[in-house]
Design a protein around this ligand. Sequence first.
Ligand code: AMP
Length: 249
Amino acid sequence: MKIIVPVKRVVDYNVKVRVKSDQSAVDIANVKMSMNPFDEIAIEEAVRLREKGVATEVIAVSCGLANCQETLRTAMAIGADRGILVETDVELQPLAVAKLLKAVLDKEQPQLVILGKQAIDDDANQTGQMLAALAGLAQAAFASKVEVADGKATVTREIDGGLETLAVKLPAVITADLRLNEPRYVTLPNIMKAKKKQLDVLKPADLGVDVAPRLKTVKVTPPPARKAGIKVADVATLVDKLRNEAKVI
Ligand code: AMP
């Protein structure tokens, strides 16, 4: 059984991003980029399924600039068997990524696709759902536990106030939530091994996909700066301020 894991190169989660002065976007010039954290969890889950003998091959796929190859090498260092880069300079939106991934699915015919539940840069939470719809596959989003047996995946999902367990017929699309697993550390020997693994590069035109943007970002605004705090003399003053100034009690 083949598993495909789409991995996105995003601004590292430790970076405090700045909004460009013209408010058109976040400034990503010279900032550290890494694999989207939910995609690391997705890769880890796929690799564990291969280690358990449930899957035979894990393929990482990234869409974007040439340097997404670094992200694919990281996925291969975690344990993916090979990588596919769909290379383009066009700024990709979730619908375009979903169409590219659908074309890759048509070629590779995997039984399972595990995506991150959302990319931490656009926070879109759309690609997995769109891909499932375009490919006509069952989907289980926000997985916190996955078991695969007898042609189906049993997926536990975290929902408001509890858990829901779904059985989806394979082939299916799953998106990984934070508590699905804790990804392993990437070791130096595995980074070296990953350099030798197969990495194919395609263009959107090879897949017959038009990736032109359909959405325009109108404005990006940073959160308001936090005001400095004050020290109060005693509890009575604190209660007075909470009641009469902040009006929260
Ligand atoms: P989003 O819908 O943008 O929040 O992204 C959800 C998931 O889709 C990510 O966690 C990735 O697994 C996948 N994805 C989104 N964009 C890309 C991309 N450019 N290349 C590969 N995978 C992507």
